[in-house]
Design a protein around this ligand. Sequence first.
Ligand code: GRF
Length: 209
Amino acid sequence: MSGRLRVGVLASGRGSNLQALLDACRQPGFPAEVVVVVSDREAAPALARAAAAGVPAVFLNPKDHADRAGYDAALLGCLAGHGVELTCLAGFMRILGPAFVRALSGRLMNVHPSLLPAFPGLAAQRQALEHGVKVAGATVHFVDEGVDTGPIIAQSGVPVLDGDSEASLAARILVEEHRIYPEAVRLFALGRLRVAGRRVTIDTEGGSP
Ligand code: GRF
C-alpha cells in the first residue's frame, strides 16, 4: 500500500480535469492517487486518458440499469470495489440521486465553471456572459443533494473581457479549474479541510482525512 488517498473520478467527456488530477498525482510527494475512472459514455476521451495513464477505466452503461437508483448503486459498488476514499466529479453529466450523495457525503467533490452560487447548472460560462458579469471563475465544492450547492472548498476568479466568446471565457476558466481541483484534492488528502455548515476552512496542520 502506498498510503496515498485513493481517488475515483467520474467523467463523461473530454476529461481535461481528470488529466489535471492524473498529472498532479504523478508529482513526487502528492498525497493522492487516481485508482479508477468511471464513465457513463463508452467513447468518452476521459476513459482513454485513464487507460493511457495506466488507471483502470470503467464504462458503466446506464442502459444496463432499470433506473437511476440502480445505476447509482452500481457506481457505488464500483467505487467501493476499488477502495475509493474520495470521489471527484469531473464533467460527469448524469444527475446523481440522493442515496448516492448521502453515501459519499463529505467524500464527494465537483468542479464547476462559475463562481458559485452564481450560474449553477449547465452552460455556466454562457450564463455569465449573458448576465454581463465582469468577473467569472471556477469553484471546487463538496457535493450535496442540490445542483452545485454544496460547501465551497476553493474558488478562483478570472476577468471577463469585452471580446470574449463562450469558448474564450471557458478556456480562461478551465486554466483555473485545472489549478484549484488538484489543490483541493491535495488538501483533502492531507486531512486539512474542515467543514462547518456551509463553510470549509483549511487547517494549517494536517488531521486525518
Ligand atoms: C468543466 O468545465 C467542469 O467545470 C464542468 O464540466 C467541464 C468538464 O470538462 N463540470 P473536462 O471534461 O474536465 O475537460
